[in-house]
Design a protein around this ligand. Structure first.
Ligand SMILES: Cc1cc2nc3c(=O)[nH]c(=O)nc-3n(C[C@H](O)[C@H](O)[C@H](O)COP(=O)(O)O)c2cc1C
Ligand SMILES: [Fe+2]
Ligand SMILES: [Fe+2]
Length: 418
């Protein structure tokens, strides 16, 4: 059988879903699965665009065979050499011995490193090159570090299709759907798309910005990513999300309160703060326990909100390990430009607050650590209420400052345009 769908008259989706994998890259939980997308262009020549993970190779082979319908495969175009997409290259090369590989110079090198016998069966392409296959001409756009250094994006000039590699992808299996307009994307996919982007490509914002600039110069009717759904409507909406993420601009004015607590005292302080923030009108809040929330979720929400509150117990003279993991991940992914309020707790030698502040200062960029903080000293006493109120005011002021800075930058930008 087969699980293919048409995208345009000549272009077919031939990928598939993995709903059994627990951890993507053996690290990120994917409770709703993931898709590995591959596309087959049926022109005067046949061109298979990327392959899939080993886990779905059997279904994939039958999809490709079904669409080819007796024709031979002429070309295998590889945009990205990560094994979740390239595992089936060897299978394809042996099943279709006349197929010629098309890839960047680096991708060919990686193929050899991964042990694929590419022999001299390849054409190397680079930025600006084009190839014609009959009705369709494909143009190649280099997109290094989105998500690996060899990455190409490919643009079909006839049907205005951008094959965007990992960019614009998402977790969540496709489950028979193909287009983003077939689902309630904002409600059901945005969080997982953000979690995918921020954790996997988030570190390379400047490279993504460069790729977005190149994509901005193209007239795009379809975006075909390597994971998740295909876009053919409202592409500006998705681009806008990507611009926020790639430039580390918060999507929303709001607060992620992440707390580390063993016995509930720090949790209670975090809860008290959330309560007071809501009373002050700041209701766009996410309150998360770092011990029970996967760090990939914390990272995604850090990219989403303008403000963070980090509340941690002291643990053996240090930041609580799960909070430290979160901080390390934020730094590794280049998170920047957030207002941060700090709450520390300890019973005999509190260290968490000081160490978190030092980390933000020394290991991260442009983190605006607010002066209002709270030292809980074992449990939150009524005498500390004024400190909690001061944090609320500090966050309010910080949000106002950010709003004003944003408005100023916007008016300067429109001023320079005139
Ligand atoms: C294993 C362990 C190590 C700790 N290390 C320290 C420490 O180095 N310095 C300190 O002041 N408190 C330390 N504490 C105490 C907690 O930080 C403190 O009791 C805190 O109030 C607990 O808050 P919670 O109810 O939110 O878990 C430690 C507690 C545990 C269980
Ligand atoms: Fe990748
Ligand atoms: Fe991927």
């Amino acid at each position: 059988m087969y699980t293919v769908r048409n995208i345009t008259e000549d272009l077919y989706y031939v990928g598939g879903d993995d709903r059994r994998l627990a951890l993507f890259e053996n690290i990120f939980p994917i409770p709703q699965g993931v898709s590995y997308n591959s596309y087959l262009l049926m022109d005067e020549k046949t061109v298979l665009i990327d392959t899939v993970d080993w886990s779905i190779a059997r279904e994939y082979m039958s999809n490709v065979e079904y669409v080819l319908d007796g024709r031979d495969l002429d070309y295998l175009l590889i945009n990205h050499m990560e094994p979740d997409h390239c595992a089936a290259i060897g299978l394809m090369l042996s099943k279709y011995p006349n197929a010629t590989l098309i890839a960047s110079e680096k991708a060919i090198l990686f193929m050899r490193q991964f042990g694929f016998d590419v022999d001299d069966r390849y054409i190397e392409v680079k930025e600006g090159d084009t190839m014609n296959f009959g009705k369709h001409t494909l143009a190649f756009v280099e997109a290094p570090m989105v998500h690996w250094p060899e990455v190409l994006m490919t643009y079909d000039t006839k049907d205005k299709v951008l094959f965007s590699a990992d960019a614009f992808g998402s977790f969540i299996a496709n489950n028979g759907r193909l287009f983003a307009d077939e689902v309630n994307w904002d409600r059901d996919y945005l969080d997982e798309a953000r979690r995918y982007y921020t954790n996997i490509v988030g570190k390379y914002g400047t490279f993504v910005q460069k790729a977005l600039e190149k994509a901005g110069g193209l007239d795009i009717a379809y975006i075909c990513p390597l994971h998740g759904l295909v876009w053919r409507e409202d592409i500006g909406y998705l681009l806008d999300k990507y611009i926020h993420w790639a430039t580390y601009e918060p999507e929303e004015e709001g607060v992620l309160i992440a707390y580390a607590s063993m016995y509930g005292n720090t949790e209670y302080a975090a809860q008290t703060l959330a309560n007071k923030l809501c009373q002050a009108g700041i209701t766009n809040i996410s309150l998360r326990d770092v011990s029970s929330t996967d760090v990939s979720v914390l990272i995604a929400e850090t990219f989403k909100y303008s403000n963070l509150v980090l509340a941690s117990v002291t643990y053996n003279l240090n930041i609580y390990p799960k909070m430290k993991d979160f901080l390390n991940d934020m730094a590794a992914l280049n998170v920047q430009n957030r207002g941060v309020s700090i709450i520390g707790n300890g019973t005999w030698a509190p260290q968490a607050a000081e160490k978190m502040e030092k980390f933000l200062d020394e290991e991260m960029r442009l983190m605006d650590v607010l002066p209002e903080g709270l030292d809980i000293v074992s449990s939150l006493k009524p005498s500390k209420e004024a400190d909690v109120d001061a944090i609320v005011e500090g966050i309010k002021d910080n949000m106002k400052k950010r709003r004003e800075e944003k408005a100023k930058a916007k008016s300067q930008k429109s001023g320079t345009k005139k």
